[in-house]
Design a protein around this ligand. Structure first.
Ligand code: PEP
Ligand code: MN
Length: 264
C-alpha cells in the first residue's frame, strides 16, 4: 500500500472535529436504549454514535447482537440527533444491509480482521462506494495481518480508511483486558502517517478506571480519535458491562483531556 495522502481526506470531508470522538454502547439493546444514549451524547463532543448490532463473540452463549433490526434504530438516532453512525460488519451480507440503511462508517472487528477471505468479501461488497471503513487490529499482535486487511480494502478502491487500536490478547493476565502494545500502532503510524489512527480504550482496558489514562497516552502520541463505549447504565449493559462509562463521564473526560474547550 503506497502512502496515500487521500487517506486522511474523509476526516475533513465529514467536517469532523480533531480528535474525532466516537461513542455509544457496546451493543444496541433496544430502540429506547439507542435513542436515549444518542440524545445524551448529542451535546457532548461526540461526532459519531457507535453501537454493535452484529457481535461475533469469542465463546458461544453470550449476546450476539440484535441483528438487522438495529439498523433502523441507528437511522432514527441519526435523524433525531444529527450524529453520524457506525457499526461493525463481519461479512458481506452485513455490508449490504448497512449500506441500504445509510450507516455512515463501518468498522471491521478484531475477530474479523484475522480472516483474509472474509475481509476480501467485505472489500468486494464495498466496491464502488465511498464508505468510510475503520479496521480494528486483529486479536493477536500481528502488524502484517492488520495492514493486510487495510490493503485488501485499499486495493478494492476503498480510500476512506482508518484503523482502530483495541489492544492484543495474551494468555497471561495483566491489568489490561487486551495489552496495548503501543509499539505496534506506533510502527504503523510511522509507516503510514496518513492513515487515521483511533484508540479504542474500552477493549484495551476492560475496566473503567484506566480509560482516561489510555486516552491521554493516545492523544500524546497524536492519535486522530477515540472510540469509547458509553452506556447510561453500564452495569446493566448486555455486553462489556465492566468497561463502559456514562455519557456524563465521557463529557467530563473530554474536558479533562482538553478535547472540549471550556469557556472561562
Ligand atoms: C466492540 O467494539 O464492541 C468489539 C466487539 O470490539 P473488538 O472487535 O475490538 O473486540
Ligand atoms: Mn464491546
Amino acid at each position: 500500500m503506497e502512502n496515500n495522502k487521500n487517506l486522511r481526506s474523509w476526516l475533513d470531508a465529514f467536517g469532523l472535529d480533531h480528535p474525532l470522538v466516537i461513542a455509544g454502547p457496546c451493543s444496541a439493546e433496544t430502540e429506547e436504549q439507542v435513542l436515549k444514549i444518542a440524545h445524551q451524547l448529542k451535546d457532548t463532543d461526540t461526532t459519531v454514535l457507535r453501537a454493535g448490532i452484529w457481535k461475533p463473540r469469542t465463546r458461544p452463549g453470550n449476546f450476539e447482537g440484535v441483528g438487522a433490526l438495529g439498523l433502523k434504530w441507528l437511522q432514527k438516532a441519526k435523524e433525531e440527533t444529527g450524529l453520524l453512525t457506525t457499526t461493525e460488519v463481519a461479512n458481506a451480507n452485513h455490508v449490504d444491509l448497512a449500506l441500504k440503511h445509510d450507516v455512515d462508517i463501518l468498522w471491521i472487528g478484531a475477530r474479523t480482521t484475522v480472516s483474509p477471505f472474509i475481509v476480501q468479501e467485505i472489500a468486494e461488497a464495498l466496491k464502488g462506494t465511498d464508505k468510510v471503513v475503520l479496521v480494528k487490529n486483529p486479536v493477536n499482535p500481528d502488524l502484517s495481518l492488520w495492514l493486510g486487511a487495510v490493503e485488501r480494502l485499499h486495493t478494492a478502491n476503498i480510500n476512506n480508511l482508518g484503523v482502530i487500536h483495541r489492544g492484543f490478547s495474551t494468555y497471561e493476565k495483566t491489568k489490561y483486558r487486551n495489552n496495548p502494545e503501543w509499539q505496534i500502532p506506533i510502527d504503523l503510524q510511522t509507516r503510514f502517517p496518513d492513515l487515521p489512527l483511533i484508540l479504542d480504550p474500552s477493549h484495551i482496558a476492560g475496566r473503567r478506571d484506566i480509560i482516561f489514562d489510555l486516552c491521554q497516552t493516545a492523544l500524546d502520541l497524536n492519535y486522530d480519535g477515540l472510540m469509547v463505549e458509553t452506556h447510561f447504565d453500564p452495569d446493566s449493559a448486555w455486553s462489556d458491562a465492566k468497561q463502559q462509562i456514562t455519557p456524563e463521564t465521557l463529557d467530563q473526560m473530554t474536558v479533562d483531556l482538553r478535547i472540549r474547550k471550556v469557556e472561562d
